[in-house]
Design a protein around this ligand. Structure first.
Ligand SMILES: Cc1cc2nc3c(=O)[nH]c(=O)nc-3n(C[C@H](O)[C@H](O)[C@H](O)COP(=O)(O)OP(=O)(O)OC[C@H]3O[C@@H](n4cnc5c(N)ncnc54)[C@H](O)[C@@H]3O)c2cc1C
Length: 807
C-alpha cells in the first residue's frame, strides 16, 4: 500500500467506487479506495438494483439520468457486466391528486429533456398486464427505468478505476483520521497508515462513524427496508418481454421482474431505524430478520391491485438497512471548516444516483466546482441544528412518506418546532401558520381571527389565498409587519474587512451608513450569493443574505479568509429583526424612534444605528416588497419589546402582520429574484438580470474574468417575468416554458400577484427569445397556459414607491 496519495476514498460501496472511477476519469490517478471488507459490504450488496429518473428536485433527476446512462460506459471500460435491464416503467395513480402529482413530474421532466409521458390506465394495463385497472386513474410512463446488478456495477466502477491507475485495498479498515497542519490527513488503517491530501467519506452505513473521526455529526441515519421475491407467476413467464418497473403509490410499493416472478418492495409507514446511535463494525454481508407483519398492509393492497401476485407465494424476503439524510437527498461536497475532507453519503438510491454523485464530487475536487446545480444535495444545506435526534425524526418521516404526495404548499410536521424566535408564541396567537426554513419556524401567513390557522394542502390555490391577498393589499396601502429572522446576517470586522469583501463581492462596497446589493460569484463567474451589504463604519460591515444558505456561505467565506486582519461571524442568534413596509411605515417608525427618520435623514438604502422602542437598534431603509420600508434589527432579547412597540404604534395606521407567502407575491410583482430559485450557481449575473449590481470596472474580484467573458458573448438565457393565463393553480417553479410548441425554458418561481391581479411566473428562456412577448405557454398541471413576457416589473417598475420621499 502506498504511504502518500492524493485521495483516499473510504468505502467500497457503489458510491465510493463511483467516486474513485470519476476521479480517475477527471485525471487524478493517485487515488486509493479503502474498504474494510469485500467491496459492497454495506447496503450495496443486498439492494434491489432498481433505477429511475424520478426525483422531487429536477437537478437530482438529471443526475439520475446521467447515472443510468453511464452503465454502458463502465461496462466497456471494465469488461465487467452490470446486467443492465432497461425495462421502462409505469408509475400508477389511484386518485386525481396523484395524477396532478404525476403531471407535475412529467412537466418537470420535459424541460430536463427526460422523455416521460402521461398515459391512460388502459395503456398502462397494456404495458403491465398484471394490474387491475379498476384501482387506477392514470399513469406516468418513463422509458428510462429498469434495474442493474448491484455487485456488478460496483465491481465495474472499481475495475474501470483500477484500469485507469487507481488502487483498491480490500479488508483495510480506516480506524482514525488526523488532520495535518498542511490540510492533508493521516489516514490510520489496520493495515498501515497513509498520508492523503484529500479524504472522501463514502462510508455508507458507517458514514456517521467516519464523520466522527473528524469531529463531525453528519445528519444521516439508516432505516430497515424490506423487499420480497415471489415464486413463479404464469403471466410473467408467458410475457414475451421483461415486465416493466412499476410504482403503485397507493399501495406504497415498487415492483420489477426477478427471474420468473416479481420483486416487490415497500416503504412502510412505521419504518424502523437501524443502528440509531452506532453502526456495528462487525456487520458485513448480513441481513436483518424479516418482519412481514410490518409490510402486510401494503402487500394486501398490492394483492388487490395486482391479483396475480396473491397466488405466487413468497420465495425470499430481504430486510437490509440503508441510509437517508433528513430530506432524503444525498449529502455531497466539502465540509465547512475541515480542509480537504469531502463527503458522498446518505445516498438512498445508489443505482439511480451513484454515478451523478461521483461525477459531482470529482468535479468539485478536481475543478473546484461541481459543474452543475447540486444545491439539493449539497451537505451545506444543513447546519449544526440538524442533530442526531432531528435527523432521526426527519428520516422516519421521510421514509414513511417516500411514495406519498408532497404538495407544493405542504409543511411536514416532524421535529417541529425546533428553532423558534422569542416572538413565536405571539405570532402564533395572531393566527400565524408556520413553515420551517433551515430548521427555523417562520410565519407563512396569518389566519384571520375566528378561522383555523391551518392550510389545506393542494396543487391549487389554497384557503390561504384570500388572507394572503389581504396582507398584500395592506402592505401596498398602509403598513405591514414581517419577522425577518430567516434572513442570514454576518458581521465582518477588522482592518482588512473592506479589502476582503471588495474582492469577494462583485459590486463596490457601500459608503459608511449605506447599503448596497451585491452578487457573489465563483471563479466561473456564476452566482453563488446575492447579498445586501451594510457599511457600519470603523471597519465593520454587516452582510445580509438568504438564511437557507448560511452554512453554504460561511463555508465559502471561511475558505477565502486571509490568515489575519478579518473576522466573520454569524449574527443569527444575536440580532433579530422585523421589517415594516408600506406607505405608512415611515409614520410608524417615527413614533418609535427618537431620531429623525425623514427622507433626508434616512434616505433609501441608508443603514444606521438608532434607538428604537428604547432599544439600541440598526435600521436599514430597504424592503423586498418594493414599498417604502425599513428593516429594524435589535439584540434577540429585545425582540418582544420591539414587537410590542411596533404593534402599539401601528394600531391606528392599519398595521397588519404579513408572512412569507405575501412577501413572495409582492416580490413577484416587482420581478425581484430569490436565492435558490432565480439565483443559483448555474446562472451568470447577466442571465439573471442583476449585472447592474456588478462593478465591471472594479479591477479585481472573484469571478471577474469569467463574468466579463460571459458578458462579452451573448448570454445563453435570460430571466424573464411572465403573466400567465392561469385558472386556480399558479406556477410554483420547475414548470416547463413552451414557445411555438417546443419546450425552451423553465419556471423558477411563481404565484399570484394579489395587488396586480395576475398570475406571475419568473423563469429562464433562451436569450434570443427573451424579447419575444408572444408565443409562450407554461405547463401547469398538465395544461399549457398562455404566458406573456413582461418588458418590466408589473408593479411600480421605476421603483418610485420604495424611494418615496413623503407619504
Ligand atoms: C433492501 C434494500 C433494497 C435497496 N434497493 C435499492 C434499489 O432498488 N435501487 C437503489 O438505487 N438503491 C437501493 N437500495 C439502496 C442502496 O443499497 C444504497 O443507496 C447504496 O448501497 C449506498 O451505497 P454506499 O456506497 O453509499 O454505501 P454502502 O453500500 O453502505 O457502502 C459503504 C462501504 O464503506 C465501507 N466502509 C465503511 N466504513 C469504513 C471504514 N472505516 N474503512 C473502510 N471501509 C469502510 C463498508 O464496508 C461498505 O462497503 C436498497 C437498499 C436496501 C437495504
Amino acid at each position: 500500500m502506498k504511504t502518500h496519495v492524493q485521495v483516499a476514498v473510504i468505502g467500497g460501496g457503489v458510491v465510493g467506487a463511483s467516486v474513485l472511477y470519476h476521479l480517475t476519469k477527471a485525471g487524478w490517478k493517485d487515488v486509493v479506495l479503502l474498504e474494510r471488507d469485500e467491496l459492497t459490504s454495506g447496503s450495496t450488496w443486498h439492494a434491489a438494483g432498481g433505477m429511475h429518473t424520478f426525483n422531487g428536485d429536477p437537478n437530482v433527476a438529471k443526475l439520475q439520468e446521467y447515472t443510468i446512462k453511464l452503465y454502458q460506459e463502465i461496462e466497456e471500460a471494465s469488461g465487467q457486466s452490470c446486467s443492465i435491464h432497461i425495462t421502462a416503467g409505469v408509475d400508477l395513480a389511484g386518485t386525481p391528486e396523484r395524477m396532478d402529482f404525476l403531471k407535475l413530474a412529467c412537466a418537470r421532466a420535459r424541460y430536463l429533456g427526460l422523455d416521460m409521458e402521461i398515459i391512460s390506465i388502459d395503456e398502462a394495463a397494456r404495458l403491465f398486464p398484471l394490474l387491475d385497472r379498476r384501482h387506477f386513474v392514470g399513469a406516468l410512463y418513463n422509458p428510462l427505468e429498469g434495474h442493474v446488478d448491484p455487485a456488478g456495477v460496483t465491481q465495474a466502477y472499481a475495475k474501470a478505476a483500477r484500469n485507469a491507475g487507481a488502487e483498491v485495498h480490500r479488508f483495510t479498515r480506516v480506524t482514525a483520521l488526523n488532520a495535518r497542519p498542511d490540510g492533508s490527513w493521516d489516514v490510520i488503517t489496520d493495515k498501515g497508515n497513509i498520508v492523503a491530501e484529500h479524504v472522501v467519506n463514502a462510508a455508507g452505513l458507517w458514514a456517521r462513524e467516519v464523520g466522527r473521526m473528524a469531529g463531525l455529526t453528519l445528519p444521516v441515519l439508516a432505516m430497515e427496508h424490506q423487499y420480497l421475491v415471489t415464486g413463479e407467476i404464469p403471466e410473467v413467464v408467458a410475457s414475451p418481454t421483461e415486465m416493466l418497473h412499476v410504482i403503485d403509490f397507493e399501495g406504497e410499493i415498487y415492483m420489477r421482474q426477478e427471474g420468473r416472478g416479481m420483486l416487490i418492495g415497500t416503504y412502510e409507514k412505521a419504518g424502523v431505524p437501524w443502528a440509531e446511535r452506532e453502526t456495528p463494525w462487525n456487520f458485513s454481508h448480513e441481513l436483518l430478520s424479516p418482519d412481514l407483519d410490518r409490510i402486510a398492509a401494503s402487500l394486501e393492497v398490492g394483492f388487490r391491485h395486482f391479483p396475480a401476485l396473491e397466488c405466487a407465494g413468497i420465495k425470499r424476503v430481504v430486510n437490509g438497512p440503508f441510509t437517508f439524510s433528513p430530506d432524503g437527498n444525498p449529502l455531497v461536497g466539502p465540509i465547512r471548516g475541515l480542509r480537504n475532507y469531502w463527503v458522498a453519503c446518505a445516498v438512498m438510491a445508489g443505482f439511480s444516483q451513484g454515478g451523478g454523485v461521483g461525477l459531482a464530487l470529482s468535479n468539485w475536487m478536481v475543478h473546484g466546482d461541481p459543474g452543475f446545480d447540486v444545491w439539493a444535495m449539497d451537505v451545506a444545506r444543513f447546519g449544526n441544528w440538524a442533530t442526531t435526534a432531528y435527523t432521526n425524526a426527519k428520516v422516519r418521516e421521510n421514509y414513511s412518506r417516500r411514495f406519498r404526495i408532497r404538495f407544493p404548499n405542504e409543511e411536514l410536521p416532524a421535529a417541529r418546532p425546533l428553532r423558534t424566535t422569542p416572538a413565536y408564541d405571539r405570532l402564533k396567537a395572531r393566527g400565524a401558520v408556520f413553515g420551517a426554513s433551515y430548521g427555523l419556524e417562520h410565519a407563512l401567513w396569518f389566519a384571520p381571527a375566528g378561522t383555523e390557522a391551518r392550510e389545506d394542502v393542494t396543487y391549487h390555490r389554497s384557503n390561504a389565498h384570500a388572507p394572503v391577498a389581504a396582507e398584500c393589499h395592506a402592505v401596498r396601502n398602509a403598513v405591514g409587519l414581517l419577522e425577518i429572522a430567516t434572513f442570514s446576517r454576518y458581521e465582518v470586522t477588522g482592518d482588512g474587512a473592506a479589502a476582503w469583501l471588495d474582492r469577494l463581492l462583485a459590486n463596490r462596497l457601500p459608503r459608511e451608513g449605506r447599503l448596497t446589493l451585491s452578487p457573489m460569484l465563483n471563479e466561473n463567474g456564476r452566482l453563488i450569493g446575492d447579498f445586501t451589504i451594510a457599511n457600519g463604519g470603523e471597519n465593520r460591515f454587516v452582510v445580509f443574505g438568504s438564511g437557507i444558505a448560511e452554512q453554504y456561505h460561511l463555508r465559502w467565506f471561511e475558505a477565502h479568509l486571509p490568515p489575519s486582519g478579518v473576522a466573520i461571524h454569524s449574527l443569527r442568534s444575536e440580532w433579530i429583526g422585523f421589517a415594516i413596509a408600506g406607505p405608512r411605515s415611515r409614520e410608524l417608525l417615527s413614533r418609535i424612534c427618537r431620531d429623525d427618520v425623514g427622507h433626508e435623514a434616512l434616505s433609501f438604502l441608508s443603514f444606521r444605528p438608532a434607538e428604537v422602542a428604547m432599544l439600541p437598534a440598526h435600521i436599514g431603509r430597504i424592503s423586498f416588497t418594493g414599498e417604502l420600508g425599513y428593516e429594524i434589527w435589535v439584540a434577540s432579547d429585545g425582540q418582544l419589546a420591539l414587537y410590542d412597540a411596533i404593534l402599539a404604534a401601528g394600531a391606528d395606521l392599519g398595521l397588519v402582520h404579513y408572512g412569507a407567502r405575501a412577501l413572495n407575491s409582492l416580490r413577484l410583482e416587482k420581478s425581484f429574484g430569490n436565492w435558490a430559485r432565480e439565483y443559483r450557481p448555474i446562472y451568470t449575473p447577466v442571465e439573471a438580470g442583476i449585472d447592474r449590481f456588478v462593478a465591471w470596472d472594479k479591477p479585481d474580484f472573484i469571478g471577474r474574468d469569467a463574468a466579463l467573458r460571459d458578458r462579452a458573448r451573448r448570454p445563453m438565457r435570460r430571466l424573464v417575468t411572465f403573466v400567465v393565463d392561469a385558472d386556480d393553480a399558479d406556477a410554483i417553479g420547475d414548470e416547463p416554458v413552451w414557445h411555438d410548441g417546443k419546450v425552451v425554458g423553465w419556471v423558477t418561481s411563481g404565484g399570484y400577484g394579489h395587488c396586480v391581479g395576475k398570475s406571475i411566473a419568473l423563469g429562464y428562456v433562451p436569450a434570443a427569445l427573451a424579447n419575444a412577448s408572444e408565443g409562450f405557454e407554461i405547463e401547469i398541471l398538465g395544461e399549457r397556459r398562455r404566458a406573456a413576457v413582461q418588458a418590466q416589473a408589473l408593479y411600480d417598475p421605476k421603483g418610485e414607491r420604495m424611494r418615496l420621499s413623503q407619504e
